[in-house]
Design a protein around this ligand. Structure first.
Ligand code: ZN
Length: 425
């Protein structure tokens, strides 16, 4: 400690002497080492003017600051970083004073320091916002629970696999409209075939005729269930269909190779028009009977739809006042009700027969409305309206588990349709 004190005193003396006698040069070895930035700023090579301006400041500050800095550093009062920072601040203040003195002498105000512009952050990746299309808006409005066919297939498959449905022992049947648009490669029935039944070797028992009504009838249902593998299970998919164009028009859809959009479902729309003509007391045009006579009742499928739809549509004037989209969506829901009534009647009749369960262990039915869209725009949608199970003891609802809503009361359709504001009652 004594040695340090002596060294400090010596350094102080040397610094003080140098500061007083040689003000324009580095004032001390210690100060130069400990405050490099300050020293560089203070004693960097400058013009004559600068030296004249600085002369007084330099001499005064050097006389005072440098020895004190040396003492402080030696006594470790300041960490090196802190000292360097302090020296830097002093250098900045000196530069500002210099500018003021120069300005006062020249009469020109010192330039205002321009703040450096903050660095421009890299552009954030813009989020991909997919705006709903007209198809989306119309589907959402009239069929708010509609899902893509692939989503419906995954949901149904997930629920049924938990219940022990295996592709090797599951028979799939369907009742969809004969229209080829319902049998495209990515159609719901084809996706379900691949996922739920033996998609490579097995087929689908198709009971559907025009409008999706199971015109194979009671005999068809009996044949269908008799084809179930031993100790197996049955899945039955059914419902009408309706197109929605990419412009958002209900009842219209683009077909492959056809330039203009066409009607879907033609049978349902045709039936609606026939009923409208009946209300207007106009005779039904039957060109077929004129050109090529066919056996009576040959067009029984369309006649059946017209007869059964008429009583369900109610007042046509009120219906049509709601506009074409609403009219066709409502008409489609009524075709669904016709199908649902027939399917439930047949399945309940079968499953209540004890002999039915000799080789079948469970039955699941999936009903709803197929929503066709332009094949170039994506896969079809499906509005699920019923998902039920049957075993030898009971009938149970699977809709809530699969599609997230509890419609465990018998007429699930009414609940779903009330949700869609279709006013079926
Ligand atoms: Zn059809």
């Amino acid at each position: 400690m004594r040695l340090n004190t002596s060294l400090l005193i010596a350094l102080f003396a040397v610094d003080l002497c140098k500061a007083l006698t040689i003000p324009s040069r580095p004032v001390s070895f210690v100060a130069h080492q400990q405050a490099p930035f300050s020293s560089q700023v203070l004693f960097a090579s400058r013009s004559n003017d600068d030296e004249i301006v600085d002369k007084e400041l330099t001499a005064r500050e050097a006389r005072i600051n440098a020895p004190l800095s040396a003492i402080a550093t030696a006594l470790s009062l300041y960490p090196n970083n802190a000292f360097a920072y302090e020296a830097e601040e002093k250098a900045k203040a000196r530069e500002a004073n210099r500018a003021k003195i120069r300005a006062a002498r020249s009469g020109v105000p010192p330039p205002t320091p321009v703040a450096a512009a903050p660095p421009t952050p890299p552009p954030a990746p813009s989020p991909v916002i997919q705006l709903p299309t007209k198809f989306d808006l119309t589907a959402k409005r009239y069929f708010p629970g509609a899902m893509k066919s692939s989503g419906v297939t995954s949901t149904v498959s997930s629920v049924l696999k938990k219940r022990g449905y295996q592709p090797s022992s599951t028979l799939l049947g369907s009742s969809l409209c004969s229209d080829e648009i319902n049998y495209k490669p990515e159609a719901l029935v084809n996706q379900m075939q691949k996922k739920l039944s033996n998609g490579e070797l097995g087929g689908v028992f198709n009971m559907g005729g025009l409008g999706g009504i199971p015109f194979a009838g009671t005999t068809g249902f009996s044949a269908f269930v008799s084809h179930c593998p031993g100790n197996g299970k049955i899945v039955f998919l059914y419902g009408p269909h309706v197109g929605i164009s990419e412009d958002g028009v209900v009842g219209k859809v683009k077909r492959i190779g056809v330039e203009k959009e066409s009607t879907s479902c033609g049978a349902a729309v045709g039936a609606l028009k026939a009923i409208e003509l009946q209300y207007q007391a106009k005779p039904k045009t039957n060109q077929t009977m004129v050109d090529a006579p066919v056996p009576k009742g040959f067009d029984f499928q369309q006649d059946f739809i017209v007869d059964n739809l008429r009583t369900k549509l109610g007042d046509l004037a009120t219906l049509e006042a709601q506009g074409g989209d609403q009219t066709l969506a409502f008409t489609t829901s009524k075709v669904y009700s016709i199908i649902q009534e027939v399917v439930l009647a047949e399945i309940r009749k079968k499953t209540k027969d004890p002999t039915f369960w000799s080789k079948v262990t469970e039955v699941a039915i999936v009903g709803g409305i197929v929503i066709n869209r332009d094949p170039n725009a994506g896969e079809d949608y499906f509005q699920p309206l019923s998902f039920k199970g049957f075993d030898k003891d009971k009938e149970f609802d699977l809709y809530g588990e699969g599609f997230g809503a509890d419609i465990s009361i018998p007429d699930g359709l009414a609940i779903r349709m009330r949700e869609t504001n279709m006013k079926i009652n």
